[in-house]
Design a protein around this ligand. Structure first.
Ligand code: GDP
Length: 395
C-alpha cells in the first residue's frame, strides 16, 4: 500500500474518536516562521521527507511522491501523531500570513479549537501577532506560543543566558498581556495565558528544526546551557536529533489544545445564537455523530475536476454523499456529491466525515464562505466578523 493511502486510512480510523482529534491553526506575523514551522510538522508526521529545503520537498512526480510521502502546498492538512501511546488526528488549517487577509484568518479560526501563535524572538510580538491573538480569542480558540528563531539570539546576537531569558520572558509577557486584555470579561475561560512552567510555551528554531519546552527538557534531560553550546558550535543536526521541533510542538498540541468534545460546549454559545435548549444545540455541544448534520463553511476552493469545494467544520452529525442539505440564506437544498479530507493541497475522498472534524465537500453549489449547511433548517452561525489590521510599520 502507498504511503499516502496509509496516511489516509490512519486519519479515517481516528475521525470517529473525537477525544483524539485536535483542530488547530498556526498564526503569525508575516516572516516570523509559520511556513518553515509547518514544514517541520509535516516532516515530523511523516508527510514529507525530513531533509533539504521546503521547495525540494514539494516536488510532484509520481516517483517523488512514493519516496517522499505526499505533495503539500501548505494548505489544509490532516496528519497523525502519537502522544502518550495514543494516535491523534491533527487537522491543521492554514491561515494566510499576509496582513490583507485578516478576514480569512478569522474564518480559519471558526474551524479550529486551538491556535499556535508563532513569534520571532528577535522582533518580538508585532501588530499582526496582536490581531491573530484577538481573532483566536474572539472565536473561543485557545492559544499556545512558539518563540521562533532562537538560533539567532545565540549564534548571531551572541546573547548570554540572562539576556536571552529576559528577551524570551518579555515576549511571553507581551503575549499574555494581549490574552489577559481579551479574556478578562469572558466568564467561561479561567486562564488562557501561556507559561513555560505549564508547557504552553515552546522555544526553538524552525529553520534548524530544534525546539524545547519545559516538558521536553524534562524528558530529554537537556537544559538551556546544553542547547546554547550545541547551537553555538554549529551542531545543529545533533540538536535536531536530540530534541526535534516537530515532536515538541505536536506533543504540545495534543496535551494543551482541547479536543472537540471539550471545545464545542464552550464555543457553540459564542458563535451560534439559536435556542440553547433545543435538541440541535445539545447535539452540537455533544459533538453527536448521530445528530442532525451541521457544517460551517469556512473556505471555498476550486478543483479543476470537481468544481467548487466547500471546506469547513462539522459540528454535529455525519456528512455523507447523497445528503440533501439546507444552505443558510438560500432556498431549497443542495445534494452532497462527495466528502473528503485535505491531504496537503489535495482532497482525499472518504466515505463519511463525522462531527468534530474538518471536511471538504463538493456539490454545495449555493454555499459561500460563512454559510451554515445543515440537514434541518436552523438559525445560522454568527457571521464571521473581519477584524481590521493595524497599520504595519516593519522595522
Ligand atoms: P512566514 O511568513 O511566517 O511563513 O515565515 P517563513 O517561514 O517564510 O520564514 C521567513 C524567513 O525567516 C525565511 O527566510 C526563513 O528561512 C526564516 N526563518 C524561519 N524560521 C527561522 C529560524 O528559526 N531561524 C532563522 N534564523 N530563520 C528562520
Amino acid at each position: 500500500m502507498g504511503r499516502r493511502k496509509k496516511i489516509v486510512e490512519q486519519c479515517e480510523r481516528l475521525m470517529d474518536k473525537p477525544e483524539q482529534i485536535r483542530n488547530i491553526a498556526i498564526a503569525a506575523h508575516v516572516d516570523h516562521g509559520k511556513t518553515t514551522l509547518t514544514d517541520n510538522l509535516l516532516a515530523g508526521a511523516g508527510m514529507i521527507a525530513d531533509q533539504g529545503e521546503a521547495t525540494q520537498l514539494m516536488m510532484d512526480t509520481e516517483e517523488d511522491e512514493q519516496e517522499r510521502g505526499i505533495t503539500i502546498d501548505a494548505a489544509n492538512v490532516s496528519m497523525t501523531h502519537e502522544y502518550e501511546g495514543e494516535d491523534h488526528l491533527i487537522n491543521l488549517i492554514d491561515t494566510p500570513g499576509h496582513v490583507d487577509f485578516g478576514g480569512d484568518v478569522t474564518r480559519a479560526m471558526r474551524a479550529v479549537d486551538g491556535a499556535l501563535v508563532v513569534v520571532d524572538a528577535v522582533e518580538g510580538a508585532m501588530p499582526q501577532t496582536e490581531t491573530v491573538v484577538r481573532q483566536a480569542l474572539r472565536e473561543g480558540v485557545k492559544p499556545t506560543l512558539f518563540i521562533n528563531k532562537v538560533d539567532r539570539l545565540i549564534s548571531e546576537l551572541q546573547e548570554g543566558p540572562e539576556e536571552m531569558q529576559r528577551r524570551l520572558l518579555n515576549v511571553i509577557d507581551d503575549v499574555n498581556e494581549l490574552i489577559r486584555g481579551m479574556t478578562e470579561d469572558m466568564d467561561d475561560v479561567d486562564d488562557w495565558t501561556v507559561s513555560v512552567e505549564d508547557g504552553t510555551v515552546g522555544f526553538g528554531s524552525a529553520l534548524y528544526k530544534w525546539g524545547v519546552s519545559m516538558p521536553s527538557m524534562q524528558a530529554t534531560g537537556m537544559d538551556f546551557g546544553d542547547i546554547m553550546e550545541l547551537e553555538r558550535n554549529d551542531n545543529r543536526q545533533e540538536l535536531h536529533e536530540k530534541t526535534p521541533l516537530s515532536d515538541v510542538i505536536l506533543d504540545m498540541v495534543c496535551e494543551h489544545f482541547p479536543d472537540p468534545i471539550e471545545a464545542q460546549p464552550r464555543r457553540i454559545p459564542r458563535v451560534w445564537r439559536g435556542d440553547d435548549d433545543s435538541e440541535l444545540a445539545e447535539q452540537m455541544r455533544l459533538v453527536d455523530p448521530d445528530g442532525e448534520v451541521v457544517l460551517m463553511v469556512t473556505d471555498i476552493g476550486i478543483d479543476p475536476h470537481a468544481g467548487e469545494i466547500s471546506a469547513g467544520r462539522v459540528f454535529s452529525g455525519t456528512l455523507e454523499k447523497g445528503q440533501d442539505l439546507y444552505i443558510s440564506g438560500t432556498v431549497g437544498t443542495n445534494r452532497v456529491q462527495s466528502v473528503g479530507i485535505y491531504m496537503g493541497g489535495e482532497r482525499e475522498e472518504v466515505e463519511r466525515v463525522p462531527a468534530g472534524n474538518i471536511a471538504a465537500v463538493t456539490g454545495l453549489k449555493d454555499a459561500i464562505a460563512g454559510s451554515t449547511v445543515s440537514s434541518v433548517e436552523m438559525t445560522p452561525f454568527e457571521s464571521i466578523e473581519h477584524i481590521s489590521e493595524p497599520v504595519i510599520t516593519k522595522s
